[in-house]
Every structure is written in C-alpha cells, then in structure tokens.
Design a protein around this ligand. Structure first.
Ligand SMILES: [Fe+2]
Length: 340
C-alpha cells in the first residue's frame, strides 16, 4: 500500500479538497522515479487551493495526495468546516463522501472525549444535524454509511458507527427529521459523563468491584451535568444520555425505569449501546461480529430491551441489499410509544 512508503505521511483523496479554500496543512504529491520515492510539496497549508491546482490533478489522473501525519488534526478541522459543501458535491463519489463524514466525525468524538467543553459539545451537535441531513437526502448515502458502520471495529470510530447505525435505525422506524437530529446528537454525546470517571476504572481489565461499578453507574447523571453546563437544551440528547442504561424489565440504572416509562429514544439507545459494547474492541473482551452480537442479545439480554423494537433492529441489520425487494421494510408504528 502506498502509505506504507512512509509512516509520516497519510493519503487523502483529492476530491475532499474544495477549490478556493485554504486547507490549513501542507499537501504533498508522491513522486516516484526508478531511483526513489519522495513527497513533493504541492500546495502549502496557507495557500489557496485554486482551480488550476485542481485541474492539474484531474489532468494527471492523480488519485491520492498526502498530508503529514502530524498535521492531520488541521485536515480534519478543514473537513469539518467544509462538511456541508463536500457532502453535497455530487461530483465526489458517494463512498468517498461517506469516508469524509466518517473521518471528520471520528476526529470530533476524539476531541469531545478528550475535553468535553461546550465548544466540542456544540460541534458534535452541529455535526449530528449535518449527518442527518446527509443521510435523509440520499438513500445511497445511508446505505454506504451503514456499510462502513457495521464493518469497522476500531474503538475510536465506534461511537461514530453506533451513531450512524442508531440514526439510520431511527430513520427506518419513521422518526421525523427533527427527532432524528436530536437523536443522532444524543447518541454521539450519550457517554460524555464518562469523562468525569477515572480512566483507571473505565479501562480496568477484569471484573469491577461493586464500588467501582457504582461509580460507573453514575455516568448518565454526570452526562446530564455536562450537557447542562454546556447549554444543551434539546430533549432527545437529555433523554438518551439519562436513559440509555434503563432496562425494559426495570433492572437498569440510574432510575430502574421500565417498559412505557422509558422513552422510545431511550429504548433505541439501550439496544444500540449494548450492540456497541458487544461489537467494540474493549479492554476487557474481544469484539464480536454483528451476527454473534445479535444472538448474544437475544439469548442472554432480551430482558433489557423492548422485544418488538429489538426484533425490528435484527431485521434492520439483516443482510443489507437495497436491490433485494424483500428488504423493502415496512415503517414501524412509533405512535404507540411516548415520543412527545
Ligand atoms: Fe453508557
């Protein structure tokens, strides 16, 4: 693979660069001769990437550009700032656009969990809204995002994958755009309360003591504190943050709510969160594949979920082939749940 040539550089797609913008990090071309392979500066980070530069790349059929690894943060910020333009640019292949959405979201989550200050919470919220706009406008976008989301298992990208799976599932269930936006932001933010818990406990290998588990159980309430401090006033974010560990049979935390006491968004979040825990690579267990995760949920954890909703989730994550007419799904009846 090309990026193995030097671990100091990472490849980026030329289509992710908008003309007449300043990228904020140096862009390189890979120059290969029989004698050597080297990186040549193509556009400085503070210079405008103009039409002429773009045209040259097209004329030379250049498929990859490179940035210095140490500057990737600046590049992700560039993608985030230009997100709406990039994802609505139909000249960029949809898989490419989805990768950009995914990369920018992953970077954002990393920032959020390193420092949950209000600016980062706000970024997560705005990003969630854009992501929902992206997937509802184009079913192909949803499809490609889902493909990435269920096939990647890295810890850092996992919150993003879970937000993607959750949002698309919410869309499948027939949630409206407004609810979906709040829902997507809620899923991205739901564990933000964990930033108030010591990493010694969060990353502990092996079984937690009762005291340690009691501390972990406080993260939904800590999450609400973080949201309140950052001025988040939307309903879905709060509901998901406080209810994502409540079980259908009343055995969850923090309040032991059951059945209809749990909001639809909380019920979905519970399913998505367990799916996350089982499929993510964690310090205490190896990740398992989606199918095995669903079976584990069905066999050993069904009491945690609204059974009917769980069945819908299994159907939703079934083999995804949009060309298959049998996959035409019926819209789920959300009216019986407390969604207001
Ligand atoms: Fe949680």
């Amino acid at each position: 693979m090309e990026h193995e040539i030097s671990p100091d550089y990472i490849p980026i797609s030329p289509s992710s660069l908008r003309t007449n913008t300043t990228v904020g990090c140096d862009i390189f071309l890979l120059a290969k001769t029989t004698a050597e392979v080297r990186f040549v500066l193509y556009c400085r980070g503070d210079a405008v990437f103009d039409e002429a530069k773009k045209d040259m790349l097209v004329a030379q059929s250049i498929k990859s550009l490179y940035i210095k690894k140490e500057e990737q943060q600046a590049f992700f910020e560039y993608l985030e700032n230009n997100f709406q333009h990039i994802v609505s640019d139909t000249s960029i292949p949809i898989e490419e656009r989805t990768k950009i959405v995914h990369g920018a979201a992953t970077n954002l989550i990393k920032d959020l969990f390193n420092d949950p200050k209000s600016g980062n919470v706000q970024r997560a919220k705005e990003f969630a809204h854009n992501m929902v706009d992206y997937v509802i406008k184009d079913s192909k976008a949803a499809e490609s995002l889902l493909k990435i989301a269920v096939h990647e298992y890295y810890t850092y990208t996992h919150s993003v994958n879970v937000a993607a799976v959750g949002t698309l599932f919410g869309q499948e269930l027939g949630l409206g755009v407004k609810e979906l936006k709040g829902f997507c932001a809620g899923i991205l933010l739901h564990d933000v309360g964990k930033t108030r818990i010591s990493t010694d406990i969060l990353n502990k290998k092996g079984k937690l003591t009762k005291e340690e588990f009691d501390i972990i159980k406080k993260h939904p309430e800590y999450g609400i504190e973080v949201l309140e401090e950052t001025g988040i006033e939307f309903k879905e974010e709060r509901i998901i943050t406080i209810q994502h560990h409540e079980d259908d049979d009343g055995g969850g935390y923090p309040y032991g709510l059951k059945k209809e006491e749990i909001h639809l968004c909380g019920k979905i979040a519970r399913i998505i969160d367990v799916y996350d825990a089982l499929t993510a690579k964690r310090s205490y267990a190896d990740a398992i594949r989606p199918f095995a995760a669903l079976r584990e949920m069905k066999d050993n954890m069904l009491h945690c979920f609204d059974t009917e909703l769980f069945k819908e989730f299994v159907r939703f994550l079934g083999p995804y082939d949009p060309r298959d007419p049998r996959k035409k799904r019926r819209k789920y009846d959300v009216s019986k749940y407390a969604v207001s």
